[in-house]
Design a binder for this molecule. Structure first.
Ligand code: PAF
Length: 283
């Protein structure tokens, strides 16, 4: 695997390549990232991964400084798996040599809800860096995890609206045996919090079971999940049932009619904020 730190080196490595499959990451790689690289390998050649902790997508009181930076061990993991041909690991000056005044502004009905409501500016920061990384890598395919469900939709929407010639592939959420979705932030959990963390997924499963049993009262299903998590010590930002296609809250009749749904949640356990989601299909 070639490790490059500048856009010029990256372009040298990729000159003439028309089937690049790309996996953007912020590093601290875990098995879910490695699964994205495997999927990329099935859909393109060569596979390019990036590691860049993108300041633009962190709010002023968020964990940008604490975000784990583990480049040496990330490189070891990628070398072991042998799926990635080029790793692009730019520093901040390479990606943002001047203040990034041109930024992508996702539409508020997609980027301003759920995560966007609790993390203002987050999807603008994500979209801007993804567009910039796409421009550096020029992939034909890029892979994103469904764990960041809204991010996946924002990126798809951006590609469609800007006619970017990049096919976006989604990988299912990868979970530990107890149901906890893999995330770099899981490493912040204290042992007792790690034991509690799968309850977020359990709460989503309870909402899904309610829907599948014919309960079309979204507010009550969401409210019960929030109450159950709060009683266990979580600080819940949201548990929300939405339509898969546009993340709009479904009408009761749509729930009864089997509209494909997704329930999304974000909640803090101690100082660590976790997100998760679960798709619900009746048919
Ligand atoms: O999902 C992530 O790790 C990041 O949001 C991404 C897509 C690499 C952009 O910084």
């Amino acid at each position: 695997m070639k490790v490059v730190h500048t856009i010029e080196e990256l372009r040298d490595q990729l000159r003439g390549q028309l089937r690049v499959a790309f996996v953007p990451t912020m590093g601290n790689l875990h098995p879910a990232h490695l699964a994205l690289m495997k999927l990329a390998r099935q859909h393109g050649d060569p596979v390019v991964a990036s590691i860049f902790v993108n300041r633009l997508q962190f709010g002023p009181n968020e964990d940008f400084d604490q975000y784990p930076r583990t480049l040496a061990s990330d490189i070891e993991k990628l070398e072991r798996e042998r799926d990635v041909y080029v790793l692009f690991a730019p520093n901040e000056r390479e990606m943002y040599p001047e203040p990034q005044n041109f930024q992508v502004q996702p539409p508020s009905d997609l980027g301003g809800i759920l995560e966007g409501e609790f993390r203002p500016g987050f999807f603008g920061g994500v979209s801007t860096v993804v567009l910039k990384l796409f421009s550096c890598v020029q992939p034909s395919v890029a892979v994103f995890g469904k764990k960041d469900y809204q991010q996946l939709m924002v990126v798809r929407n951006m590609c469609r609206q800007f006619q970017l010639p990049v096919k976006i592939l989604a990988h299912e959420t990868v979970r530990d045996a107890d149901g906890l979705a893999l995330s770099s932030r899981n490493g912040f959990l204290q042992p007792s919090e790690r034991a509690e963390a799968p309850q977020l997924y359990a709460a989503l499963q309870t909402v899904a079971a309610g829907v599948l049993a014919g309960n079309a009262d979204a507010a009550s299903l969401e409210g019960q999940a929030v109450q159950a998590l709060t009683a266990r010590g979580w600080d819940v930002d949201y548990v929300s049932l939405r339509r898969q296609r546009d993340l709009i809250a479904p009408a009761s009749q749509e729930i009864l009619d089997g509209e494909p749904l997704v329930v999304l949640a974000a909640a803090k356990l101690g100082a660590t904020r976790l997100i998760d989601n679960l798709e619900i299909c009746k048919k």
